[in-house]
Design a protein. Structure first.
Lengths: 757, 283
């Protein structure tokens, strides 16, 4: 473990990214940069119907069909199921379709243009079935599209006895909040290249987060053992959760075409297909019923949280779980009930996206806390201050907060950095006239790092470290670099723990034939959980050199490198590994949903300043302060980048990005019409950290990647409420919504004036 | 990219007459391609034979005479933004050019392309309407001039024949003493298709509105010159009542629709609000 006496040399400094030079010089190899001799290009023919039975598939005239490789469900050699949590989603529709982007048939041809043209000449006749498109329709269950009741999963967290409290409450405050789908919009669309060889089996390479998920999905598809399914990650241009589970689908498709044709097959989605067909953030609806005392204490919180999972279960149960656990926010309350449900609709499945359920339920609680404060006549900061979780308190699941935690101080510092008090006062004066109204608002929140509950224990992640004859050391894990900085921080941790230089540590790109399974690159777990394993493996490697008397304490990086060389020459391979061990005192009950939900939480306070133009309803962000406690910051530039990027993405979530649905499909699947903010739309994002090292994290680090996605949306809507005095409870909040509420408010004011006169 | 490349032919014309010859044979013009290539990428470009007019000198210059400025149809937004006389006398056109797409779009996109693409949301159209622009069309048969306000007949329907090129856009130099106003309301600060774009000019005599021109885009099937609203204002002095009446008039005059980009009610309300904002600057 990192101790104060050993000043870190590398961790905590802004070393350059490992893959930066390759990316900026254009030598980095993304999957579409790779071509193999004899390669075919594959495309997917999709259903185009939300729900129907396939009657007949026919192939139009004018296309030389004999030149094409064609795959349908009937060709599949193994199981036609994308292995994940529930076994419900087929690789190719077999008779029945459940959303408009469902893959029905695959085509491959040498000529990329030909195969795209051919796709338009496949005609599918359907018998339509009734379809459902939103949470209400799913719950009404008039039409059942999944299981017995359209429900993928339910959870219930119970702490204390909510129902015993209502009668004693001074106030009961209710609210309903909802959020919509959001597209990940990584820069590189999804793509895979597959080869088949009767001897060695299937090899796929491509853009992905989780190579072992892809391997696990392909094995049953082909009835092949693990050693005959090799998955290699190519350079990956962003993912945000969108490449957690969908790559299994496209890898399966490319592999089926390769297997049938006997030739390498590449499938690359264009932006339109990627936006329409791949997963998005789950839409949600949250209802709060909160009991408070006159002096501003939370007595009971009753929360109903529902997410729309789309046509297949995919990761909905896990997204629901995280949203459920975060639903009560960073507040202490003895009586909490959270009931949650993930439902099915006939849209493409929703999936993982940075924050994974937490941005949805935290949006609700952070808007609701302002409502409760207003009801009580307290300021939002004072009401929160009276109810923050502190060290020694327990969360909704009964998890004891063991780490030092002072959210009141964090809140105070963030508000000071933002000039909150001054601005409140100044804006209320300014807003008396003119058409541009200014407002300031904030949110306080947390994000649990790592897999939920017993997840990390089940994963049993492993990491290897291996020294090379030239004295360099290589980190072998399945953690993928997708732009977030995995390679850099793992190398920093290894170099720091080994006592060698950063340049002398390499991180191998994940290839299931070469790296151990360290689990998926998701859930803000890389730095905290895997980084920690790298650190232990490094310490054992160093120990070997010390024990072989090839090193003396106080050695230099050069001495370390020559010790490695000598060890390999005279003793043999120098390789160590580390496997995850649960920190002591962690208990989780999956049935009752009680216990230690996460190894650690990161905490944050975000403050947003806005101007609302009442002429157009446009909302402009003028300033943004993001203060967070994330344990030790491993690399200040990367950490800041994670926060800035997350805040920007969350600003899009709050104010710009709206998926327009038509019969279950995305109608605005172009970047012209799905509005992601540009650099010109973003405010200065001022990033600050508090560093309280976490003893079980790598060199004290906790998770950071998802946290900044959670807080900006409610902070921004709280600021809009401050500016206009109108409480909005739905995101995205578009100028159309603002203008229409303003006119309602104006008419109400006129009515009132009229009735007074 | 969803088009089949071998289906298409592209020829770069060196001279105006070569381009006109080819149009007469059924080829279609392509200038910056910033509209056509979007269709091409989506697999929706109907024309198979394209003649590029980007190298045709006669179409790429801005000429000044005593009475008018003539902008070649293939002049880019970047060129417009930098032109000293346009900046001085036709600032609204430079503003509209400055917020069209992005810098990259402005380097390629042309004023002629914007007009002939005939999107009701085109950012230059309201400006050309309030500046009383005239279009000059040319074919092998000769040239003709049409006032821009008569050019758009219906959604994507225009007074131009298949063998004609838009040659230039003429702006009469009589903008002196006019107050002007322009605003684009789009979904974001750049790379944005207007939900409403609005331009207006007025000349006051004393406190009365002597002359007024108002136009808006994205509020009707064609770029709309708001004659009815203008007539409510002409000759009147600015007062809160007049502003209210004019706002109601324009709300009635526009015919917006709801689509994937915005709503009818929003477009109508914003147009009225922008008009009010403009009129308040005159008060
Ligand atoms: C990312 C992006 C952002 C954009 N943002 C905006 C925006 O903010 N505001 C806006 O108004 N537009 C915008 N556009 C649309 C486009 O850039 C403009 O309409 C531009 O002016 C088109 O000019 P062009 O030269 O590229 O036209 P082209 O694509 O070359 O042609 C467009 C049409 O005009 C015809 N044509 C071109 N020149 C002539 C001529 N001289 N005579 C007869 N016919 C001709 C062509 O045949 C074609 O039908 C955007 C486009 C993109 C791709």
């Amino acid at each position: 473990m990192y101790s104060k006496s050993m000043e870190p040399r590398i961790v905590g400094t802004a070393v350059p990214r490992k893959e930066a030079a390759a990316k900026v010089t254009g030598t980095a190899q993304y999957v579409d940069d790779v071509s193999l001799p004899g390669m075919l290009h594959g495309v997917t023919v999709r259903s185009g119907h939300p729900r129907a039975l396939i009657r007949h598939i026919h192939f139009g005239d004018g296309i030389p069909w004999h030149e094409f490789t064609i795959v349908t469900a009937r060709d599949i050699p193994g199981r036609n199921i994308v292995t994940l949590i529930f076994d419900d989603q087929p690789f190719l529709a077999d008779g029945e379709i459940n959303h408009p982007e469902e893959p029905v048939l695959l085509l491959a041809h040498e000529n990329k243009d030909m195969v795209r043209r051919a796709r338009q000449h496949v005609f599918i006749d359907y018998d339509p079935l009734p379809a459902i498109f939103d949470i209400d329709e799913a719950l009404q269950a008039k039409t059942i599209i999944w299981g017995e009741d359209n429900v993928f999963k339910r959870y219930c967290i119970e702490k204390g006895d909510v129902d015993a409290v209502w009668s004693q409450a001074d106030f009961i405050v209710e609210g309903e909040y909802s959020t919509e789908a959001q597209e990940q919009l990584y820069i590189e669309p999804q793509g895979m290249l597959a080869t088949w060889d009767p001897e060695t089996g299937i090899t796929v390479r491509g853009s992905m987060q989780c190579p072992f998920y892809v391997q696990k999905a392909l094995m049953p598809l082909f009835n092949l053992p693990a050693e005959k399914v090799r998955v290699i990650q190519q350079e990956t241009g962003g993912a945000f959760g969108g490449k957690e589970e969908y790559p299994s689908m496209i890898a399966g498709h490319a592999a089926l075409l390769a297997w049938k044709s006997g030739r390498p097959v590449k499938m690359i989605y264009d932006r339109e297909e990627d936006m329409a067909a791949t997963t998005k953030r789950h839409p949600s609806r949250t209802r709060h019923r909160t009991a408070v005392s006159r002096d501003g204490r939370l007595l009971a919180m009753d929360i109903e949280f529902i997410i729309d999972g789309g046509a297949y279960a995919t990761l909905s149960s896990v997204v629901l779980s995280r949203g459920t656990i975060h639903a009560a926010g960073p507040y202490r309350c003895d009586n909490i009930r959270v009931r949650s449900t993930a439902v099915a609709t006939n849209t493409p499945p929703h999936g993982a996206f940075r924050g994974f359920g937490a941005p949805q339920s935290l949006f609700a609680i952070e808007r609701h806390m302002n409502k409760v404060a207003r009801t009580l006549g307290l300021t939002p900061e004072e009401f929160r201050r009276r109810n923050f979780l502190r060290q020694g308190d327990s969360t909704a699941t009964g998890q004891l907060i063991k780490q030092p935690l002072d959210l009141a101080r964090l809140q105070q510092r963030a508000l000071q950095l933002a000039g909150y008090a001054d601005k409140l006062e100044r804006f209320s004066r300014l807003n008396r006239e003119g058409t541009r109204k200014k407002g300031i608002g904030f949110s306080t929140f947390m994000h649990g790092a790592g897999f939920t509950g017993s997840g990390e224990r089940h994963l049993q992640s492993v990491v290897h470290l291996e020294a090379r004859a030239d004295g360099t050391v290589c980190v072998l894990s399945s953690m993928t670099e997708m732009g977030q900085g995995t390679n850099t921080i793992l190398a920093q941790i290894a170099a720091e723990a080994l006592g060698t230089s950063y340049e002398q540590v390499q991180v191998l790109r994940p290839d299931t034939a070469q790296v151990p399974n360290s689990g998926p690159t998701v859930a803000s777990r890389t730095a905290m959980v895997i980084g920690r394993l790298v650190q232990s493996a490094a310490l054992s490697l160093k120990e070997k050199l010390l024990q072989a008397a090839l090193l003396q304490p106080g050695y230099t990086p050069e001495q370390f490198q020559s010790a490695c060389r000598e060890y390999i020459c005279s003793i043999g391979p120098l390789k160590t590994s580390a496997q995850y061990e649960e920190p002591p005192g962690v208990h989780w009950d999956d049935e009752k949903y009680r216990g230690e939900a996460y190894g650690a939480f990161s905490w944050a306070v975000h403050v947003a300043e806005v101007t609302v133009d009442t002429v157009t309803g446009e909302i402009q962000l003028d300033d943004f302060v993001a203060l967070q406690e994330v344990g030790r910051v491993l690399n200040p530039v990367l950490a800041r980048g994670q926060i800035e990027g997350g805040v920007a993405q969350a600003i899009g979530y709050a104010l710009y990005e709206k998926v327009v649905w038509r019969d279950g499909g995305m109608a605005n699947n172009q970047m012209t019409n799905y509005i992601m903010p540009t650099a010109m739309d973003l405010p200065p994002i001022r990033v600050y950290f508090e560093e309280i090292p976490y003893e079980h994290g790598a060199m004290g680090a906790k998770g950071i990647g998802e946290l900044p996605m959670d807080g900006p949306a409610p902070a921004i809507l709280n600021a809009v409420e401050n500016a206009l005095g109108i409480s909005f409870c739905h995101i995205p909040l578009l100028p159309e919504d603002v203008l229409s509420e303003l006119s309602v408010a104006r008419e109400a004011a006129l009515d009132l004036a009229g009735s007074v006169v | 990219m969803r088009s089949f490349v071998p289906d298409y032919e592209l020829v770069v014309a060196a001279r105006l007459n070569d381009a006109l010859d080819m149009l007469a044979e059924g080829w279609r013009p392509i200038a910056g391609g910033t509209d056509l290539m979007v269709l091409f990428n989506a697999g929706k470009l109907p024309y198979r034979k394209l003649v590029s007019i980007r190298r045709v000198k006669e179409l790429s210059s801005i000429e000044e005479s005593e009475t008018e400025i003539s902008i070649g149809a293939a002049v880019t937004y970047t060129h417009i933004r930098q032109h000293p006389v346009l900046r001085q006398e036709f600032p609204l056109l430079c503003s509209a050019a400055s917020w069209t797409g992005s810098i990259a779009n402005q380097n390629r996109g042309t004023l002629g392309g914007n007009i002939i693409n005939a999107s009701p949301a085109a950012d230059s159209s309201p400006v050309l309407l309030v500046y009383d622009a005239e279009l000059e069309l040319i074919s092998l048969r000769g040239t003709r001039r049409i006032p821009y306000c008569d050019f758009h007949l219906g959604y994507k329907k225009m007074q131009i024949r298949d063998d004609e090129l838009l040659r230039s856009i003429h702006l009469p130099r009589k903008t002196e003493n006019r107050r002007s106003y322009i605003r684009k309301v789009g979904p974001r600060q750049a790379q944005a298709i207007s939900k409403v774009c609005f331009a207006a000019t007025a000349r006051l005599r004393g406190s009365a509105i002597d002359e007024v021109r108002i136009a808006a885009g994205s509020v009707a099937p064609v770029p709309l010159r708001c004659h009815a609203t203008e007539s409510v204002l002409r000759g009147q002095s600015i007062s809160p009542d007049l502003i209210e009446t004019a706002a109601n008039a324009i709300a009635a005059e526009v015919q917006p629709i709801t689509d994937i980009r915005s709503t009818r009610d929003y477009r109508r309300a914003v147009t009225a609000n922008l008009l009010k904002q403009f009129l308040q600057t005159l008060a």
